[in-house]
Ligand binder design. Sequence first.
Ligand SMILES: [Zn+2]
Ligand SMILES: [Zn+2]
Length: 248
Amino acid sequence: MPPFFEPMKDFFKRCKEQARGALFPAHYTCEICRKEVFDGASFCPACERALPRNDGFFCKKCGRRILEDFPVCLECKRELPVYTAARSAFVYGGEIVGLVRRFKTGAKYLARTFARETEPVFRAEYDFSDFIVSVPMSGESLRRRGYNQSALLADELSVRLGIEHRAAALVKTRDTAAQKFLTLGEREKNLTGSFRVHERKACEGKTILLVDDVLTTGATANAVSRVLFAAHAARVLVLTVASVPQRD
Ligand SMILES: [Zn+2]
Ligand SMILES: [Zn+2]
């Protein structure tokens, strides 16, 4: 599939999701099975039980689920990520995969759901942050998708946490080839020099919360962290909806 053209299937899906977002305000139906919910929860009890919450053992550095209670995972032991720490609400699997896909293909209203799910993770795992940044998109990608899902999530979290989202702090200077089929090394190379800090002064000595939908290889989080640290940020805390568990 050519990376720069949205397949028609995705286009129609996006239209459908946008219509659904307008017709069904959040909080009334389960985001997965559409059954009615009454207590303001995102999911009905049955779907909630099946969700892969990242609440077991996790790596204290990258936040990925691990099978045994070790301080850090094997990947972090091999090479420590650039960011200070990363945490996620869910393991990237099960129904979460479809939800994240919908979030990227028109279901903008899921930003509210995901903010509701990630807020407690921030409060439990991080003490504070001076401001929030989201992963910027290049102008071309933004035109293609019509919105930046990372920025939408950051906006919603900003309201919930009472922490400013500095949406203009970072810019993506060039479009990067689709990352899907690249290894971590290739991804890092692909991203090198593609992010730039636009508000350098604001970053000096600050604890910055970087918000994104999924932590996959961590290449994006590393690339963004690298430029934030180059602008003298003190700490970069990463918060994502989901993270890919450690591979054995
Ligand atoms: Zn349900
Ligand atoms: Zn790790």
